[in-house]
Design a protein around this ligand. Structure first.
Ligand code: HEC
Ligand code: HEC
Length: 143
């Protein structure tokens, strides 16, 4: 027990003694800012609005979001995506209903309510922007 504590303390001390080299080698998304400084706000990217939606690159690809989601909120209390995409609202809002797969339980059974595994929409669906590629990508979609 004591030995483990000692090892942890030694490890921490080693890390703290040399924080500058650690941050010089590993650059986080915060950039080179000190941990005590506020991070810089992300540059706003203009989302592409695509009428009729984006083509999918392969079967069962989560379709990309063809509209802005800047005003949408997905929190413990609210999911504004469902104001338009839920079974109750989609016709009125003229939006596509969440996919059939969103009603499947872990065991593949169809449920009446949407699966909680699909609650965080932007885990799978992403808006698109005309930004340069961060890394070169030669992916070709299969039709
Ligand atoms: C105000 C209503 C509204 C809200 C809120 C909304 N959407 Fe949409 N969404 C639409 C409409 C309408 C379309 C169809 C657009 C078209 O095809 O031209 C659409 C299309 C989509 C599609 C493409 C479906 C496909 O088959 O191509 C996805 C994915 C999607 N929305 C996800 C989301 C997510 C995730 C959120 C929340 C972050 C959200 N939407 C919030 C109205 C809405
Ligand atoms: C775990 C990944 C995942 C999550 C989370 C998820 N989706 Fe999907 N979504 C998919 C996949 C995969 C498809 C394509 C298969 C299908 O239609 O079920 C899809 C399809 C869709 C479609 C198109 C349906 C159609 O008939 O063309 C809409 C709209 C959509 N999702 C909205 C949402 C919304 C809104 C949420 C959040 C409430 C959400 N999705 C959460 C993976 C996900």
């Amino acid at each position: 027990m004591k030995k483990t504590t000692l090892i942890v303390v030694m490890g921490l001390a080693g890390f703290m003694a040399n924080p500058s080299t650690a941050s010089a080698e590993v650059r986080s998304l915060r950039g080179d800012l000190d941990i005590t400084e506020d991070s810089r706000p992300a540059t706003a990217v203009k989302p592409i609005a695509e009428r009729g939606g984006f083509d999918r690159s392969y079967k069962l690809q989560p379709p990309m979001i063809p509209h802005s989601i800047e005003k949408d909120q997905i929190t413990l209390k609210t999911n504004t995506c469902m104001r338009c995409h839920s079974e109750e609202n989609y016709e009125k809002e003229e939006a596509p209903k969440v996919g059939e797969s969103h009603f499947l339980s872990r065991d593949g059974k169809t449920m009446e309510k949407m699966s909680s595994r699909r609650y965080f929409c932007n885990q799978c669906h992403a808006p698109q922007s005309d930004a340069p590629e961060l890394v070169e990508n030669s992916f070709q979609g299969a039709k």
